[in-house]
Design a binder for this molecule. Structure first.
Ligand SMILES: [Zn+2]
Length: 320
């Protein structure tokens, strides 16, 4: 059984691969203490505290925080206290625990940043981590009634402490919905919009919220659409060049793997994957069949990992 030091180190290393920084929340996720769903509810302001931490034995949390600090300091990581605010309209500061002292809350808010980053990169990471989260608008699955004006139904709502609000009562009814599916259009519309909100919907099978689009100002959407149309050809060529580059990298990787396997001892070669009975036996065709399989597996492995806190996967619905 690995010690807590080893488990914390493993969770921290895994988090480091994604973001060049490590937070206590990353480690809790790696230890299986806090799920993305717990974190979503807390960040959305629906739970006052991070509930799984409340259930821990006294001393266990402190032990993990100490282990993380020792791991980070031994590698020269720099601490950065990070703001945690809710995705609600009041942007209230989030507390991890109901009755913890400020020193514990401060340790829980402290992110450890890799010394490998340049000063500019470090500033960018700190700025990104301190940026307030997007406002959250929910696409409901059930009937609902606005707790302010009493209007029933509606496609979208904002969840407040007192209950759901319609977009008119939440002062968001001047925004328009841009469905998820076009990352460039979404990014540009959001950047141009003075106010925006992320629209999510509960996915019953996955048991978590999934992103359905964003609400942005009408003018911002028009500006983003015009911008996308203007450089559509340029972006198409960039995508083509990217595809070609990845295909070249896949082919190079395949060649290296084939050469390495060919250079292995007969005993090692006997452990190499066996050829499928349906694969043609002639040399060129067999090699190309293997290459295709290797390319497919390489592409699957090389997909970027997303950290869909609050569900960041999108469903294609529009294109610019
Ligand atoms: Zn209302």
């Amino acid at each position: 059984m690995p010690s807590i030091e080893q488990r914390v180190a493993a969770a921290a290393e895994a988090a480091l691969g994604r973001d060049k920084s490590v937070s206590p929340l990353d480690v809790f996720g790696g230890l299986g203490w806090v799920t993305a769903n717990h974190e979503d509810r807390w960040r959305q302001g629906r739970d006052a505290y991070l509930l799984p931490l409340e259930a821990l034995r006294p001393g266990k949390l402190a032990g993990v925080l100490d282990a993380l600090r020792r791991w980070a300091e031994s590698r020269g990581f720099q601490p950065s206290e990070t703001a945690y605010v809710s995705a609600t309209r009041d942007r209230r500061p989030l507390r991890f625990l109901a009755a913890a002292g400020e020193d514990v809350e401060c340790a829980l808010r402290t992110h450890w940043i890799s010394p490998d980053l340049t000063e500019t990169q470090r500033e960018r990471v700190v700025e990104r981590q301190n940026r307030p989260p997007d406002l959250l608008v929910i696409m409901p699955l059930k009937d609902w009634t606005c707790t302010d004006c009493g209007v029933e139904g509606g496609d979208l709502l904002v969840m407040e402490d007192a209950g759901p609000l319609c977009l008119t009562c939440a002062d968001l009814d001047h925004l328009v919905l841009l469905p998820a599916g076009d990352a460039t259009l979404t990014r540009r519309a959001k950047k141009a919009s003075g106010l925006s909100a992320v629209v999510v919907q509960w996915n019953r099978s996955r048991k978590r919220y999934q992103r359905r689009g964003i609400l942005v100002e009408d003018g911002a959407l028009e500006q983003a659409e015009a911008s996308c149309l203007a450089d559509e050809e340029v972006r198409r060529r960039q995508r083509e060049r990217g595809r070609e580059r990845r295909a070249r990298q896949d082919a190079e990787l395949t060649s290296r793997m084939v050469a390495e396997i060919a250079g292995c001892s007969p005993a090692a070669r006997s452990h190499a994957p066996k050829r499928s009975p349906r694969t043609p036996r002639c040399g060129g065709a067999a090699a190309s069949g293997g290459a295709r399989r290797d390319e497919r597996s390489t592409r699957l492995r090389s997909r970027p990992r997303s950290s869909p806190r609050c569900g960041t996967r999108t469903r294609p619905t529009t294109s610019c």
